[in-house]
Ligand binder design. Structure first.
Ligand SMILES: Nc1ncnc2c1ncn2[C@@H]1O[C@H](COP(=O)(O)OP(=O)(O)OP(=O)(O)O)[C@@H](O)[C@H]1O
Ligand SMILES: [Mg+2]
Length: 295
């Protein structure tokens, strides 16, 4: 499968107004295959947002010193690039941020989602179709005329996702897009991401502090102090409980519980990542204990 993003020996330091450098990323080598779903984890300040902003050109050579390269859809975005190409990359790599209020630009949901395509000069009839289609994709059908500021945080964030989708991006980066939402809003966004992954070939990168939001990804990358610390499947990453603790990260609660049971000698199986698997393993454990008592 083709790589949509290729990162080679990338280092980045922010430059402040006095020209002083602040290193943020060090020698990153990563490829992202088209259509895959990756979760990026890491403690505060580990460089997650910096990496995302370099990929979609929110950060450029004007903001600091870049070594190495990032290539997106075959174009090197870390070199000199025309304004036209830069705009093209930002359309192809959509980004959903933490605060939905900062992403809403219009007074109705319809106008908000239409904003991007209108700027691209898309035909109004086509735009109306796109708005309806994207609202359906995020489970907000029928909200065309709603006022965004009257919606809940989770609903606003889904409108923001619809706005990004309306630009027909090839990749969407969610940078802590659930952080300001209540549990219900968080679940709605996670369901939207799952549906996108199942039903489209959009490449998905989520940056999150919630470990259970990473368990359904194809791949988990852990950044630590600006470097790639771990890279593997959710099973490979989350079963390394002590290693994750060493970089001040948690594992899903159910994994933590079974890790403790294992250390106490009460459990011998695989560490579950999902609550359902944990419940099944616990039932099996209790059934076997009951069996032992009867003997
Ligand atoms: N504009 C800036 N100028 C100077 N240093 C910065 C700037 N933005 C971020 N940094 C530094 O770069 C490093 C990486 O920051 P970044 O925001 O990428 O981390 P993060 O992993 O996204 O953290 P968080 O989980 O808190 O969002 C940190 O040391 C941070 O202090
Ligand atoms: Mg960040």
């Amino acid at each position: 499968m083709e790589n949509i993003i290729e990162i080679k020996n990338l280092s980045f330091s922010y430059k402040d107004s006095e020209g002083k450098l602040h290193p943020a990323l060090h020698d990153i080598n990563l490829n992202f295959e088209r259509g895959t779903y990756t979760a990026i984890l890491g403690h505060n300040g580990s460089g997650k947002s910096t990496l995302a902003k370099l990929i979609n050109m929110v950060l450029t050579r004007e903001d600091g010193v870049i070594d190495g390269s990032i290539t997106v859809c075959g174009k090197e975005v870390t070199g000199s690039i025309s304004d036209e190409d830069a705009y093209d990359i930002q359309c192809r790599i959509g980004m959903v941020h933490q605060n939905p209020d900062n992403q809403i630009v219009a007074t109705t949901v319809e106008e908000d989602i239409a904003f991007g395509p209108e700027n691209l000069g898309v035909d109004p009839v086509e735009i109306r179709k796109t708005v309806t289609e994207m609202l359906k994709a995020v489970g907000m059908e029928g909200h065309e005329k709603s006022a965004p500021h009257r919606l809940s945080g989770g609903q606003k964030q889904r409108i923001a996702v619809a706005g990004v989708l309306a630009m027909r991006p090839e990749c969407i980066i969610f940078d802590e897009s659930t952080a300001m939402l209540d549990p219900q809003g968080r679940e709605a966004i996670m369901n939207t991401i799952d549906e996108l992954h199942k039903n489209t070939d959009v490449t998905i990168i989520t940056i999150t502090h919630y470990m259970n939001e990473a368990t359904d990804a194809d791949r988990v990358i852990v950044l630590n102090k600006g470097e790639v610390f771990m890279d593997g499947t959710p099973e490979e990453i989350f079963t390394q409980v002590d290693t994750l603790h060493s970089v001040r990260l948690d594992v899903p609660q159910v994994t933590e519980l079974f890790c403790k049971l294992k250390k106490a000698g009460a459990y011998e199986g695989e560490l579950p990542l999902h609550t359902e698997e944990g419940a099944a393993a616990l039932k099996e454990l209790l059934d076997s204990k009951r069996g032992q008592k009867c003997l």
